[in-house]
Write a protein that binds this ligand. Structure first.
Ligand code: PLP
Length: 400
């Protein structure tokens, strides 16, 4: 009898974590490494949020809580959905979990049966297909169109839906491309979804507040209220409030789904960290003006990186609407040989050679389901990004 579960063999370790770890190891060996692999803001958690956590500790709010969130946080989430998304949820329709990732995990574990299909646009956040596989489901990948900034068309969505489709996972602005769907683009997808009442929508709005050039963020149940009863609107404080380590995510959806998710959570992590929940109450109810300031800094960095990458021979990089990622193509580098003599056969060999020869860590596109590309996280200082672009340019100029 094998010791490890069969399910585990269907799941891959996270390549983004692997790249970040490799960069750390090389740094520890004394190598000069610029790591643009991790998907987390380099800003600190705002002081008012830290103070709320300290106050919670001092007030003894350090015990188990209700499994899917304290009432104060559920109220704050309801207010956020009303204020920012025009969505009405009651506290019984809210689930708070240990990071946005566990929200998605709970929902998929609570609903997937063997053979259920989940439609996922590519390139995708690496965890979607693996969580689906963990839950016994089958990811069905729909490729985004390069000329549409990696977004999928309504026709492609229609073609991917079968009687076995349980969920459509939607993520805008996207990790790894930064692509954001306009209201009209999302509306066109919802028209398809309205034709298939058995398909549920899991929208991952984690990068809502990281959008540039006046991009209007919209979410499916807002654009098409007819989808409200079969949509799980997922979000979290990790990216917007620079709180990746606090581990708080949340979702709004139909009560019976929220109750099913609560059951999974009750038998896994019991409840999200009590102190982090109080910090998240302050994040959502407190001052929001710093979001615009941080967004302006990210926009400046996006422009710096897009310009820097487009100056590299063999690389072409689109300008995305949001998040803190760009997803340049290396199609014109394939088949070339690096100065150290490595032949570039795909995006993985490109990224490995770039790390070895120029000390820049980025994540290869195959990990996200669309090649030949790589993902740059520009949540780093302007100086670091400028130096990284200079090194990538040197690397590309050295290709023969
Ligand atoms: N969704 C997307 C698209 C992400 O990029 C991430 C983190 O990288 C998450 C969800 C998970 O967020 P959290 O750190 O809150 O679990």
């Amino acid at each position: 009898m094998p010791f490890l579960s069969e399910t585990l063999s269907r799941v891959k370790p996270s390549p983004t974590v692997a790249v970040t770890q490799l960069a750390r190891d090389l740094k520890a060996q004394g190598r000069d490494i610029i790591s643009l692999g991790a998907g987390e803001p380099d800003f600190d958690t705002p002081d008012n949020i830290k103070a709320a956590a300290i106050a919670a500790i001092e007030a003894g709010k350090t015990k188990y809580t209700a499994p899917d969130g304290i009432p104060e946080l559920k109220e704050a989430v309801c207010a956020k959905f009303r204020r920012e998304n025009g969505l009405e949820y009651t506290p019984a329709q809210i689930s708070v979990s240990t990071g946005g990732k566990q929200v998605l995990y709970n929902a998929l574990m609570a609903t997937l049966n063997p053979g259920d299909e989940v439609v996922i646009p590519a390139p995708f956040w690496v965890s979607y297909p693996d969580i689906v596989r963990l839950g016994g489901g089958e990811p069905v990948i729909v490729e985004g169109e390069r000329q549409l900034g990696f977004k999928i068309t309504p026709e492609a969505l229609e073609a991917a839906i079968t009687p076995k489709t349980k969920w459509f996972i939607f993520n805008s602005p996207s990790n790894p491309t930064g692509a954001g769907y306009s209201r009209a683009e999302l509306k066109a997808l919802t028209v398809v979804l309205m034709r298939h009442p058995h398909v549920w929508v899991m929208t991952d709005d984690m990068y809502e507040h990281l959008a540039y050039d006046g991009f209007e963020f919209v979410t499916p149940a807002q654009v098409e209220p007819g989808l409200y009863d079969r949509t799980l609107t997922c979000n979290g404080v990790s990216k917007a409030y620079a709180m990746t380590g606090w581990r708080i995510g949340y979702a709004g959806g139909p009560e019976h789904l929220i109750a099913a998710m609560r059951k999974i959570q009750g038998q896994s992590t019991t409840n999200p960290c009590s102190i982090s929940q109080w910090a998240a109450v302050e994040a959502l109810n407190g001052p929001q003006d710093f979001l615009a300031e941080r967004s302006a800094a990210f926009k400046r960095r996006r422009d710096l990186v897009v310009d820097g990458l487009n100056a590299c021979p063999g690389i072409s990089c689109a300008v995305p609407e949001g998040a803190f990622y760009v997803y340049p193509s290396v199609a014109d580098c394939i088949g070339k040989v690096t100065q150290a003599g490595t032949r570039i056969t795909d995006d993985e060999t490109f990224c490995t050679a770039l790390l070895e020869e120029q000390g820049v860590a980025v994540v290869f596109g195959a990990a996200f389901g669309l090649s030949p590309n790589f993902r740059v996280s520009y949540a780093a200082s302007d100086e670091m990004l400028t130096e990284a672009c200079a090194r990538i340019r040197r690397f590309c100029e050295g290709l023969k």
